[in-house]
Design a protein around this ligand. Structure first.
Ligand code: NDP
Length: 291
């Protein structure tokens, strides 16, 4: 496939962006722009900073300014829903949206999709982790945790314990989401100090937003079994504190960039109607060749 270096934004350029607060840390612009450039597509991906006060207007501007779409990050995945015209069945069930695009099929309107669910499952399977029948500890109960919990049910996890700072939020999450035969337990973050919590746990997922500011206080990976996989949804340009600590204790760890890659591949297909160049996007994220 021919490649073309973008030297300017033209009047024809389609704009896609990432809505969040903060957005400076996001690697989505780098990943999508590398893919546009590789395929020679006249698209550009930009950061779109909003606030809780302006998020409604920001979503509306996707329509009024004719953007090709937008991704949504912390802390707006749940908040954007009230400003959209339609939701995919997965986004409706999960109650969180990470991809917004103009839905051309019916009268002009914005549709919300959630590619985090399948992005998470693909990141697990491409790391060689078999989820079916496993016990999982999910730390956090925000927008990303909604997608992860639904994915864990879809992927056949046997049992999930949700540990969250605000226990009521975790309870609400468990009550609202269908998880099939997967059994759900709830606890507060203080329980992370209890060795029994880790009995038979094969996967720990950190879905808190602490990765952006620092590490999850009180979490000790050595309480888990030797083969317990640690998956941090948060990511940076280098491995996060949570993944580094897990690896230091010789626990296998999955980097949040792998989920970013796979949710981004699905979003790219939606924005452009083209098959995403996965290897190009992975390279842009600094992921190793073998993923
Ligand atoms: P939300 O703001 O919706 O939720 C934040 C969660 O973190 C809540 O459970 C909150 O607890 C918890 N939390 C916040 N601060 C602390 C703290 N100091 N100590 C303990 N818990 C805390 O964020 P999202 O769910 O949308 O995103 C969470 C993370 O996942 C972000 O880092 C995001 O970048 C990442 N992410 C990565 C993706 C990827 O592709 N790799 C995809 C999606 C998300 P409480 O309920 O008590 O407030």
């Amino acid at each position: 496939m021919a490649t073309r270096a973008r030297d300017s934004i033209e009047g024809t350029t389609r704009i896609v962006g990432i809505l969040g607060e903060p957005v400076e840390h996001s690697l989505s612009p780098r990943m999508h722009n590398a893919a546009f450039e590789h395929l020679g597509l006249d698209y550009a991906y930009v950061p779109l900073r909003a606030s809780s006060r302006t998020i409604g207007e920001a979503v509306l501007s996707i329509k009024t300014l004719g953007l090709a779409g937008a991704n949504v990050t912390v802390p707006f995945k749940e908040k954007v829903i009230g400003h959209l015209d339609r939701l995919s069945p997965v986004a409706r069930t999960v109650g969180a949206v990470n991809t917004i695009y103009p839905d051309g099929k019916r009268a002009a309107g914005l549709k919300g999709e959630n590619t985090d669910v399948d992005g998470f499952l693909k990141a697990l399977s491409s790391s060689g982790f078999r989820l079916r029948g496993k016990r999982v500890l999910l730390i956090g109960a925000g927008g990303a945790a909604r997608a992860v919990l639904y994915a864990l049910g879809k992927g056949g996890a046997r049992e999930v314990t949700i540990a969250n700072r605000t226990v009521a939020r975790a309870k609400r999450l468990a009550a609202e989401l269908p998880t099939g035969k997967t059994k759900i337990e709830i606890c507060g973050l203080d329980m992370l100090k209890t060795p029994e919590l880790f009995d038979g746990v094969g996967l720990v997922v950190n879905s808190t937003s602490t990765g952006l500011s620092g590490q999850l206080k009180g979490y000790d990976p050595s309480l888990s079994g030797q083969n317990c996989v640690h998956f941090d949804l948060a990511y940076g340009r280098t491995p996060t504190a949570f993944t580094r600590r897990a690896r230091r204790k010789r626990r296998p760890a999955i980097d949040g960039r792998l989920m970013l890659l796979h949710q981004g591949v699905l979003a790219f297909n939606i924005f452009t109607g083209r098959r995403a160049p996965v290897d190009v996007m992975a390279r842009a994220l600094g992921l190793p060749k073998r993923r």
